[in-house]
Design a protein around this ligand. Structure first.
Ligand code: DIG
Ligand code: MN
Ligand code: MN
Length: 391
């Protein structure tokens, strides 16, 4: 019997090489799993039903590889992707591992570091294009401070803007079909990271020379670390037409960046997010990759990593079924139907002096309205019943 939750290509599930290849190292202990060959990872991703794989430049190409080594690695990787039916929708640059970036990449005080970051990113963009990527992520993991006096935060923002404007021009000059997606995180590995939330990124994007080619890559764990609603952040990005990519995982609030298996800690929030992405509650289905930027616990061996990967995709599809059922529920539809008032609605936008008069003459009884219950407790219980499979 076919498993209705099994991943299909049209689900567009993707994983980073760094996720399923995570060796289980953490700040308090060494790797617990062997380093995996990227081509083996791709073949296994194909086996378990993933659609695509994403990568940082150095997930595939060693930092000190020669040009000929690079070309052979790329050729072997492309062959593995081809034979596995795996695409590469997104690429990004590792601007956080090598010690040169220990005080930032685009924001570093040393112009030589900023120059090196630009050069490395251009090379990594070229690699992403060669592999077929259409989205390029920027996560500024080292763009931040512990010692705040080391640089003016205004200088840091200006340096990031200069770097983004330069790289947008590079992409346009090369004729690449590529969009940028900026990923926010409030802290870790730096004490404080610049542009810490998706909201900060959405504003920053509007200050760029080519803002039309730049969007956001919100991550569940990162917005949650900042104490924010991920659903609201994604909703704002979608409403602005700027949800260019998404990093799915799960997170307990008030912890380090846990990057747990999707839905593991927060199935209700995951269900509410899936309603947005799948459009069950309104709007179109979002067409981007369902990218899992997550990794297995350090307790796991290699087989446990693939249990983790299967779990990410399966949980998504189970919750997708619950989301469809919830938004098809007649009682839910009635409770959340848009309230339309043909007299008042036109008065609420598109100012005119006549509308001022009309608003002031409306008969509104604030006490009567204030005394009316909304019924959201019942609605939230219906969500829980669908989530728990009892309705
Ligand atoms: C961490 O959340 C970051 C890096 O793993 C990568 O640069 C980006 C792409 O998903 N997410
Ligand atoms: Mn991420
Ligand atoms: Mn993370």
């Amino acid at each position: 019997m076919t498993d209705r939750y099994a991943p299909k290509p049209e689900d567009r599930f993707t994983f980073g090489l760094w996720t399923v290849g995570n060796p289980g190292r953490d700040p308090f202990g060494p790797s617990v799993r062997p380093t995996q060959d990227p081509c083996d990872l791709v073949r296994k991703l194909g086996e378990i039903g993933a659609w695509g794989v994403n990568l940082h430049d150095n997930d595939l190409i060693p930092f000190d590889a020669t040009a000929s080594q690079r070309d052979r690695i790329v050729s072997d990787f492309q062959a593995a992707c081809e034979e596995s039916g795996i695409v590469v929708p997104m690429a990004t640059t590792n601007l956080f591992s090598h010690p040169i970036f220990k005080d930032g990449a685009f924001t570093a005080n040393d112009p030589k570091v900023r120059a090196f970051a630009l050069r490395k990113t251009m090379d990594a963009i070229d690699l992403g294009i060669e592999l077929g990527a259409k989205t390029y992520v920027f996560w500024g993991g080292r763009e931040g401070t512990e010692v705040e006096a080391c640089r003016d935060p205004r200088s840091a923002i200006k340096r990031i803007r200069d770097g983004m404007n330069f790289l947008c021009e590079y992409v346009k000059d090369q004729g690449y079909d590529l969009r940028f997606a900026l990923e926010a995180k409030p802290n870790e590995p730096r004490g404080d990271i610049y542009l810490p939330t998706t909201g900060h990124m959405l504003h920053f994007i509007e200050t760029l020379d080519h803002s039309e080619m730049v969007g956001v890559n919100p991550e569940v764990a990162h917005e949650t670390m900042a104490g924010l609603s991920f659903v609201h952040g994604v909703g704002q990005a979608m409403e602005a037409g700027k949800l260019f990519h998404i990093d799915l995982n799960s997170q307990k609030i008030g912890r380090y960046d846990q990057d747990f298996r999707f839905g593991a800690e927060d199935p209700k929030q995951a269900l509410l997010l899936i309603r947005l992405l799948e459009g069950t509650g309104g709007g179109e289905r979002w067409q981007g990759s369902r990218h899992f930027d997550a990794h297995a616990h350090r307790t796991e061996d290699v087989e446990g990593v693939w249990d983790f990967a299967r779990g990410c995709m399966r949980t998504y599809n189970i919750l997708k079924e619950r989301a469809h059922a919830f938004d098809a529920d007649p009682e839910v539809k009635e409770m959340i139907a848009e309230v339309v008032d043909s007299t008042i609605d036109p008065l609420l936008k598109d100012y005119s002096p006549e509308k001022v008069e009309a608003l002031r003459s409306l008969a509104i009884d604030p006490d009567a309205i204030g005394a009316t219950g909304l019924g959201w407790e019942r609605l939230d219980q219906l969500l829980m019943e669908h989530l728990l499979g009892t309705r």
